[in-house]
Design a protein around this ligand. Structure first.
Ligand code: NAD
Ligand code: UGA
Length: 431
């Protein structure tokens, strides 16, 4: 198949490289000239385990190409995947579809033969209807189908999630388009997942319902962890105790600093905006958003308590600042709320981050170290913010030379009992 992927970010690059690896001819395009020129020189713009090797291999085999020439790439292709961003509109909280509609303009000019136009970007229900309407002229009706094929990959696990999906959802009532896409996905479906054809609108709703549900599940366990802290109960026991019930499921029950990232926060907000538009009250998702947005206040109260309400000149070290391990993505990371507050209160904040320095923090005020040892030196408080493997077996007594250092583990990586035996002042979430 000849595939054009428009938007070469987390989703576009991973999808493009994986489709190429399955034997298709793929051209990944982007309007960001710099990004494409870097990709042509083998420089991958994001941190995603395994992606560089996958891209290199497929470029070498000439199955994967990069271009800024969107029109030409559309003309040459049979299937077009739209993978541009759909960020939150600041005032209304709805999904900003301007990048999608820019792409639609390019598509309209270049429908030289039948093409399947697939939205992989997360878009509110009825966006597919709008795209179809915008593309349609009196003469071109048979020249395209607009399909919704939401993407469920996670950053940091993107290639595995793409290649071994639980399900592939394809929203279309066109038999022609469905047959082509079923064939395209067949090597993946054979491995593990399930191919699910439904209506275009249902596919669009499924994507938001999945993210809304997962965000709610995380928020539920976070609130339970607050209760556990009051009762001296271990929340990880509660997660296990409920998660082993197959109706509940064990995954996404890890209590932590609140969900972040480029998707749960924006998609839950967009879902509420959609519900308003269709005059429905999604009160559970509303509550989830509210609880998650306020979670950082709970953590800050705890940090104040740990440091006896005296943050001035305290050295606080963050291990990891991205929204979770396995990614370089800072979007909606809890650290973006915690660190500025701590600085304002006079703390001296430093951090180590496996994916390197972040431009989100003022270099003069928040010091970056490229190794754990230097970052931890003389720390009063170590905050384990993400769950990278390299944070999981540290010898804190050797790392930190201050006598009375404390640890606040936001990912419950260590056993409180073992920490106590080592005489370490250790705090965690819901335990
Ligand atoms: P991203 O910001 O990493 O990448 C989007 C890319 O699109 C950018 O490189 C940008 O330059 C390019 N672009 C924007 N307008 C363009 C245009 N008119 N023509 C060509 N290129 C254009 O975004 P992302 O994280 O890959 O997310 C893309 C979409 O996929 C979003 O709707 C998101 O919600 C959804 N999604 C993301 C993930 C994820 O893990 N990041 C997972 C599933 C779904
Ligand atoms: C999430 C979904 O998991 C993907 O299925 C979806 O495709 C994607 O959003 C999207 O729509 O873009 P992602 O944001 O990459 O993927 O990361 P997750 O692993 O889901 O984590 C999201 C946030 O929840 C992180 O801050 C993470 O630390 C937190 N989380 C996750 C918890 O606090 N506890 C958990 O048990 C799981």
């Amino acid at each position: 198949m000849k595939i054009c992927v428009i938007g070469s970010g987390y989703v576009g690059l991973v999808s493009g490289a994986c489709f190429a690896d399955l034997g298709n001819n793929v051209i990944c395009v982007d309007k960001n000239v710099n990004k494409i020129s870097n990709l042509k020189n083998g420089v991958i713009p994001i941190y995603e385990p395994g992606l560089e090797e996958l891209i290199q291999r497929n470029v070498k085999q000439k199955r994967l190409k990069f271009s800024t020439n969107i029109s030409n790439s559309i003309i040459k292709s049979d299937i077009i995947f739209i993978c541009v961003g759909t960020p939150t509109k600041i005032k209304s909280n709805e999904a900003n579809l301007k990048y999608i509609f820019q792409v639609v303009k390019d598509l309209k000019k270049n429908l030289n033969k039948y093409k399947i136009i697939v939205t992989k970007s997360t878009v509110p229900v009825t966006t597919g209807d709008k795209i179809q309407k915008l593309l349609t002229t009196k003469t071109n009706k048979k020249l395209f189908d607009v399909v919704s094929n939401p993407e469920f990959l996670r950053e940091g696990e993107a290639i595995r999630d793409f290649m071994f999906p639980d399900r592939v959802v394809v929203g279309t009532n066109s038999k022609k388009a469905n047959d082509v896409l079923k064939n395209l996905y067949s090597p993946i479906i054979k491995k593990k997942g399930r191919y699910f054809n439904t209506s275009r609108r249902a596919a669009e709703v499924i994507k938001y319902a999945a993210n809304g549900f997962l965000a709610t599940k995380i928020t539920f366990i976070n609130e339970m962890s607050n209760l556990c802290e009051k009762l001296n109960v271990d929340v990880t026991d509660v997660s296990l105790g409920i998660g082993t019930d197959e109706r509940i499921g064990a995954r996404f029950l890890r209590a932590g600093p609140g969900y972040g990232g480029s998707c749960f926060p924006k998609d839950t907000r967009a879902l509420i905006s959609t519900s308003k538009k269709f005059k429905t009250d999604l009160s559970i998702v509303k509550s989830t958003i509210n609880s998650n947005e306020n979670r950082y206040k709970y953590l800050l109260t705890k940090i104040n308590e740990i440091l006896n309400n005296n943050l001035k000149n305290k050295k606080i070290t963050f291990l990891g600042v991205t929204f979770k391990a396995g990614t370089d993505d800072m979007r909606d990371s809890a650290s973006l709320k915690l660190i500025p507050y701590l600085i304002k209160k006079g703390a001296k904040v430093s951090y180590y981050e496996p994916t390197g320095i972040k431009k989100d923090f003022d270099k003069k005020k928040v010091v970056y170290f490229n190794n754990i040892k230097d970052a931890c030196k003389n720390s009063d408080l170590l905050i384990i913010h993400t769950e990278w493997n390299e944070f999981k077996q540290l010898n804190f007594n050797r790392l930190i030379n201050k006598k009375k250092f404390k640890i606040y583990d936001l990912r419950n990586l260590y056993s409180p009992k073992k920490m106590k035996n080592k005489n370490i002042n250790y705090f965690s979430i819901g335990r």
